[in-house]
Design a protein around this ligand. Structure first.
Ligand code: NCD
Length: 301
């Protein structure tokens, strides 16, 4: 593996190997020196809290020098392209680029143009891919439900159409052989491009939640949405919001996940988000460990 652009098509053994290594990092506090002396840069053209901070922390725990490119104070404001930005940073000796971009495929295009020794890590491109989120979600599921994904019933609920998280979760769930993948949302927020070909698709959230082991909720991503796809937030919540009452339909020990940031009271209630079944902050914790595993794999000595 030279770059991490997508989880699509990754062999099961590669995914499991990364999760095992991430679990080791999660279980082992303290610092490591796999990236000692290497320079990495977070190159984010879109906002981020969790992904960027956890990549920074992961790089630092591995001993790297970490540069944080801030688009609002950089020469991108003068029109410098992402490619020229990367080339200039490569010239300074940066070997790893952790990139988030609003355009689908933007990170892959940078990877094509990069020097042979440069590694690109996709931290989210458009609606397409968010591979480290997919991996951290699998680590979280595995910790809660064991490693036999063939027995798992998983519901992904919400704005799947605009979600790179959902796409990467689907790639990872398939790689791990998940038995029952259900996808639920209003027709206007489900992709019709073949993404859901092998999933059990429903518009009825009670049906989607029936007996599931985990509910993966998604944010309504209004910044990527044309107007009119949802009638109102109240209406969306009434039909698709995950409430404590709805959750009673799931398995008694079902867990709830959300990639963040949460629109509280829209896709999920406070009671569920902050309740005993919520793994939302466990996902965040696992993000550091998973990103350490990926950085070590791509850039480690
Ligand atoms: C997600 C993203 O940016 O794709 N956030 C994240 O990385 N945890 C999900 C979202 O924005 O809703």
């Amino acid at each position: 593996m030279h770059h991490l652009l997508t989880l699509d098509g990754l062999p099961r053994a590669t995914v499991v190997g990364l999760l095992d290594r991430a679990q080791h990092f999660a279980d082992t506090p303290g610092d490591f020196d796999a990236l000692r002396g290497a320079a990495v840069c977070t190159l984010f053209f879109e906002p981020s809290t969790r992904t960027r901070m956890s990549f920074q922390l992961a790089s630092q725990r591995l001993g790297a020098h970490v540069l944080n490119f801030d688009v609002s104070t950089s020469s991108a404001r003068k029109g410098e392209t992402a490619l020229d930005t990367m080339r200039n940073l490569e010239a300074m000796g940066v070997r790893g680029f952790i990139v988030r971009h609003h355009d689908d495929g933007a990170v892959a295009r940078l990877a094509d143009a990069a020097r042979p020794e440069t590694a690109l890590l996709n931290a989210g491109d458009g609606r397409s891919n968010h591979p480290t989120q997919g991996l951290l979600d699998m680590l979280t599921l595995r910790q809660a439900k064991g490693d036999d994904f063939s027995r798992m019933r998983i519901a992904i609920v919400g704005d799947v159409k605009h979600s790179r998280v959902a796409r990467s979760d689907l790639h990872a769930l398939r790689a791990l052989g998940t038995g029952d993948i259900r996808v639920c949302g209003p027709a206007s927020l489900l992709p019709d491009d073949g993404t859901l070909a092998d999933c059990n698709v429903t518009h009825d959230v009670d049906e989607a939640l029936d007996g599931v082991d985990a509910v993966m909720t998604l944010r309504l991503q209004r910044e990527r949405m044309e107007d009119g796809l949802v009638d109102s937030l109240e209406d969306y919540h009434r039909h698709y919001g995950i409430t404590a009452e709805r959750l009673r339909r799931a398995a008694p020990d079902a867990v709830v996940m959300h990639p963040g940031p949460i629109n509280r009271g829209v896709e999920i209630t406070d009671e569920v988000a902050d309740g005993p079944r919520s793994l939302i902050l466990r996902q965040v914790a696992n993000g550091v460990a998973v990103r350490m595993a990926v950085l070590e794999r791509l850039l480690g000595r």
